[in-house]
Design a binder for this molecule. Structure first.
Ligand code: KMH
Ligand code: ZN
Length: 271
């Protein structure tokens, strides 16, 4: 089986310090958290920028700082968000792609998101994909619900993304597909042979879905963006703590963990 890629989603756009006191917010804090997670075994850092007040922003200069600070500490792959936060415009959301990071997320459909709507019109999705192609950025296709897989295949047909595709199944967002083992298995069965995939389970779905991915040959995403609790009622003390648990589980289950360089090879990213 391919080595296991561990992505750490360090901060997200929705979680607050009030909910999770160890949430990294400034570029320095995000870089330190990425470094700790990399030391623990993560090979991709999925990052969202926050402004001085801790609110989500897609400001290019803040992303630039985050990328520079992380890269000065370690060789973890930096994956910027083009999802940003609900309500942001496409122009806002696209900003970090112009920095030519190694990876960026690309959500391929609109979905209810708690009490909000995470808007991704066909036109905007195509514009994000095109910008990623222009800037040489490897897209990770974010799949919040089943129909989005078909949208990804349409992008492939149009030549806006290239095979092998890399998917991230995000299960358990209120308003989207629930985080069950059956749903993950169904989604995995729908993607083209030769694709790679990881799974991000929201809240208590994180650990069982991550474990299933280790067994099925997929990859995993952990971190405060998706889950702030280490176990029921107990807040995690760091993002790295989640990575450490995955590394232990992978070892027990006989799956080797990929370094960042090995992850680049698996995902077809030139170093
Ligand atoms: N914050 C969510 C609305 C991504 O990073 O690309 C979208 C999101 C997905 O987090
Ligand atoms: Zn995100």
């Amino acid at each position: 089986m391919e080595k296991l890629i561990i992505t750490v989603a360090l901060d997200g756009a929705e979680v607050t310090r009030e909910q999770q006191p160890h949430l990294p917010l400034t570029p320095d804090e995000i870089a330190d958290a990425a470094y700790e997670a990399w030391k623990a075994g993560a090979s991709i850092a999925h990052v969202h920028a926050r402004d001085a007040a801790g609110n989500p922003t897609q400001d290019k200069e803040i992303y630039r700082q985050i990328i520079e600070k992380i890269s000065a500490k370690c060789d973890i792959i930096v994956q910027v968000s083009t999802g940003g936060a609900v309500g942001m415009t496409a122009e806002e959301r696209l900003q970090p792609v112009t920095l030519k990071p190694e990876m960026a997320t690309l959500t391929v459909g609109t979905v209810n998101f708690g009490d909000d709507v995470f808007m991704n019109t066909p036109k905007d999705i195509e514009a994000y994909a095109q910008a990623m192609q222009e800037h040489g950025v490897r897209p990770e296709l974010e799949i919040f619900d089943v129909g989005m897989i078909n949208n990804a295949l349409r992008l492939l047909k149009k030549g806006l993304v290239t095979a092998p595709l890399h998917f991230d199944f995000v299960l358990g967002v209120p308003g989207a597909i629930p985080g069950t083992i059956e749903n993950l298995q169904y989604m995995v069965n729908q993607i083209p042979a030769g694709s790679t995939w990881s799974v991000a389970g929201v809240g208590r779905a994180q650990l069982p879905l991550n474990t299933m991915a280790i067994l099925l040959g997929g990859h995993v995403r952990v971190g405060f963006e998706d889950n702030i609790y280490y176990e029921k009622g107990v807040l995690a003390t760091s993002n790295a703590q989640f990575v450490e648990r995955i590394v232990r589980l992978a070892k027990e289950l006989g799956r080797e963990v990929a370094t960042a360089q090995e992850a680049r090879k698996i995902l077809g990213i030139s170093p």
